[in-house]
Design a protein around this ligand. Structure first.
Ligand SMILES: *[C@@H]1O[C@H](CO)[C@@H](O)[C@H](O)[C@H]1NC(C)=O
Length: 201
């Protein structure tokens, strides 16, 4: 690794920190919202506005993370094998498919579906099963990972590949927290729907 990655650059660690911080932050905030309705209360009791506030925050944190990543890459050495036409063409393909996954997923889920609305009690009517969810179960996360990898290739930086592994790992861990939690939120709704008619009768 020595020579490929310059471990003396502080921006490398800053980038790693923002990559780890973001999913940790939104999982923590979303669970706090679920249990204590913190953001809903901050938004004057309006869950939708609370969710929009979180959406804007997550979006801005994402922009900061991406900017720090690019900056970190500029201060890293390039590798000759990662320079030239083939890596650049691959880079464009990766970033483009990454963006297709992220944007189509946002389109399919809407703002509240994308930005953890379920934790606010704003549930989707039905599970979205069409594209891009028939290609991958977490298109937002894998799309973002592809964009990181594409950017690493675009600049020809091995450090970018290393940071992409960190992005991948952070998302994998986030999913082990998020998937069972949201599954339970929807299972709870199903139980309540099932029980509701009995109570009326
Ligand atoms: C996913 O669904 C879209 C339509 O929503 C369809 O065009 C596409 O072929 C499907 N892809 C796979 C891999 O099933």
């Amino acid at each position: 690794m020595a020579g490929l990655v310059d471990f003396t650059q502080p921006t490398l660690y800053l980038s790693a920190a923002t990559i780890l911080f973001n999913p940790t932050f939104w999982n923590f905030v979303a669970r706090t919202e679920y249990h204590n309705k913190t953001l809903t209360k901050l938004a004057g009791g309006n869950a939708l506005y609370g969710c929009y506030g979180l959406a804007v925050t997550i979006f801005l944190l994402g922009l900061i993370r991406d900017a720090v990543y690019e900056r970190a890459l500029r201060q890293q050495p390039s590798h000759p094998a990662m320079l030239g036409f083939v890596p650049q063409a691959l880079a464009v393909g990766l970033v483009a498919s990454g963006n297709v996954l992220v944007l189509s997923s946002m389109w399919a889920l809407g703002i509240t579906g994308t930005y953890l609305g379920d934790y606010f009690g704003i549930l989707m009517d039905e599970m979205v099963t069409g594209f891009p969810f028939n290609v991958t179960d977490a298109p937002m996360y894998w799309g973002s990972t592809l964009s990181f990898l594409g950017t690493a290739l675009w600049y020809g930086k091995p450090a970018g590949v290393l940071l992409t592994v960190l992005v991948y790992t952070a998302y994998r861990i986030a999913l082990t927290f998020e998937d069972p939690f949201t599954a339970e939120i929807y299972a709870k709704r199903e139980r309540e729907r099932r029980d509701a008619p009995k109570k009326k009768a």
